[in-house]
Design a protein around this ligand. Sequence first.
Ligand code: MG
Length: 299
Amino acid sequence: MALSNDIKGVARGQEVDPDTETILASGLATPSKGSRGTIAVDMDDVLCQTNATIVHMHNELFDIQPPMKLDDFKNYLYWMNRGWGTPEETVGMVAKLYQGGLYMRAPPVPGAKEALHRLKELGYNLVIITARSENQREGTEDWIAEYLPDIFDEIHFTGAFQHLEPTKEEKEGHVARKAVVSHHKRSKAEIIHSTSSLFLIDDSSENAYDVSAATYPHEGPVKVLLFGDYPWNAVGHNPLTKTEMEGMTYHEKEQKGLLGEWEKLREKKIKEAWLPDGVRRVGDWKAVVRWVEEFDAGR
Ligand SMILES: [Mg+2]
């Protein structure tokens, strides 16, 4: 069963935040509650293979030469990479990819389903924290119902929204106990705190830095498992050492003749392998399970 159409705006027995709205599930087959605490999981490129799917669709729709490869995604922000243009142009291109069916074309990340079931078996509750916004909720829920049903307690959409659109259809698989959307953009750290999550599993080194730098009461030294051996997270994000060149779009770097220098700096930073305190790398879902089993045994 899916999230119901009756939007109350208030979760039962919970504090009311006037800036957020909560949509409760109508189904009975909600996941059983674990007792070991909550783990927060990002969606894109942790649960579903978004960027790999974007590579295929980009080549179908925009036909750049040489064709785009996953290795072109050297930065989490697309317009920092080859093949996108200005931030405004990028937003338009991404919208076309979504119109072309990006949601349902992205397969799950290998091993995600088995690993998530193992974490539940260990007694952990799972919540999704995604930077997607409310207008992407229906596509997101369809995908979860199709590929990873009956696993998640909550989905938090951190992107801001203006008008809440109820989900139109009921879905076969249970998506989540509740979905929380917001009238203002929320940080992942804020939601990790409000859901009392033990740590976040996320593929973005920017998110890893932000969560590691947030000061909230926390059990243990690890706040983020930086997921995946991806080109866009090969460099640990550190705004304190970021150069002006690293803040430029791909086109700006190209026009100023800085692409070679950028690549050299990137290689140097990859070798340094710097990560913020509280962040650990996990290459894939098997590594996540190994890490959590060890963490669990030590509690
Ligand atoms: Mg992601």
